[in-house]
Design a protein around this ligand. Structure first.
Ligand SMILES: [Zn+2]
Length: 368
């Protein structure tokens, strides 16, 4: 937030003695807290004088006056500031004033407002030459920064201040005096723009009108209704927010609960699967052991059978050797011719079979 004084130029010669009209929008440019309303007019007066504006000066303070203490308005009025009650902003009042002005003599117009439509409108009319001879001065609070480039760059702006204690509202420390404010263009000291009434004899008359007239009563009641509706709306919104927060919290809780349930179910599932795996492993182990047992038994049986067979063969071979005792140990060495020439056919066949059998046995033994 900038607190610097913005563009400030000395008055051009044609504006040094011409009149200056200031419109202060009390609604959107309120005085800083605690700022003495009696200081406002002298402050603006001094600031303008320092820049060379020495002509007649009129300051109009306008806005919705509901809620503004009477003492504040009285103090303001006592310094020569004109008071205007208008509940829908300054736009129509300012435009009406400028439209009604027929003279094209030089004039300085100072606008203290953040009303963009008013600023745009004035700048456009000056740019288009509808309003002639105007020197524009501007002031606004620091939070109101007009986008750049803006319409106002189309026209010459004599000076621009921030509406702060450090800029236009700075307190000089010594007593500032006004040149004596004037009414320019038939402006009355007090006026009610809402009722189009400006024939008030004095401040008390004006305040009485604002506080008692039927229209103002109606407006005030409408204002109360509006405030009440806003309070109720705010209350409803708070209630709604609360319900929303509660719902969100409940949903969160339920979600967490569901997640816990899922985790529990998953864990049970995992344990079940683990148990099934263990059971299966046990069954497989038992089957493996059984198979090993069977294999072992079969192996032993085969070994036994083999051993028995070998034993039987050995005995058979031994028997053969015993039957051959006293002669040559092998049929090979027997004279084959003797067998073949044997006239006893019965014995010859027996011997030949025996020999054949022996040879086969020998062959089996060799293979092993
Ligand atoms: Zn009124």
């Amino acid at each position: 937030m900038s607190t610097r004084i913005k563009r400030v130029n000395m008055a051009k010669p044609e504006y040094e003695t011409s009149e200056t009209v200031v419109f202060w929008d009390m609604d959107n440019c309120p005085l800083p807290n605690g700022y003495d309303p009696c200081l406002l007019a002298p402050r603006i007066d001094t600031e303008l004088e320092d820049l060379g504006y020495d002509g007649p000066l009129m300051i109009v303070a306008a806005g919705n006056l509901y809620g503004i203490p009477n003492e504040f308005l009285r103090a303001l009025s006592s310094t020569g500031v004109l008071i205007r009650h208008c509940i829908r902003g300054l736009y129509s009042m300012v435009i009406e004033y400028l439209d009604s002005r027929t003279s094209q003599s030089p004039m300085t117009l100072m606008l203290i407002t953040t009303d963009s439509s008013l600023l745009d409108s004035v700048v456009c009319q000056i740019y288009k030459g509808v309003y002639v001879g105007y020197n524009l001065l501007l002031a606004h609070p620091p939070f109101y920064e007009i986008e750049d480039p803006h319409h106002r760059s189309l026209v010459y702006v004599g000076a621009e201040w921030l509406w702060t204690r450090y800029s236009l509202l700075k307190v000089s420390g010594f007593e500032e005096e006004t040149r004596g404010l004037v009414d320019i263009g038939g402006f009355q000291k007090f006026s009610c723009e809402s009722c189009h009434v400006d024939s008030f004899r004095n401040f008390a008359d004006f305040i009485e009108h604002c506080e008692t007239s039927e229209l103002h009563q109606a407006l005030r009641e409408r204002e109360w209704e509006r405030e009440k509706a806003e309070r109720e709306k705010a209350e409803r919104e708070r209630e709604w927010e609360r319900e929303k927060a509660e719902k969100a919290e409940k949903a969160e809780r339920e979600k967490a609960e569901r997640e816990r349930e899922w985790e529990k179910a998953e864990k049970a599932e995992r344990e079940k699967a683990e148990k099934a795996r263990e059971e299966k492993a046990e069954v497989e182990k038992a089957e493996r052991e059984k198979a090993d047992e069977v294999e072992k038994v079969e192996r032993e049986k085969a070994e036994r059978e083999k051993a028995e067979k070998e034993k039987a063969e050995k005995e058979k071979a031994n028997n053969l050797e015993i039957g051959d005792e006293g002669g040559e140990s092998s049929f090979e060495q027997m004279n084959l011719k003797e067998f073949e020439e044997d006239s006893n056919e019965e014995r010859k066949k027996q011997m030949m079979d025996l020999r054949k059998n022996f040879m086969e046995q020998m062959n089996v033994a060799e293979e092993e």
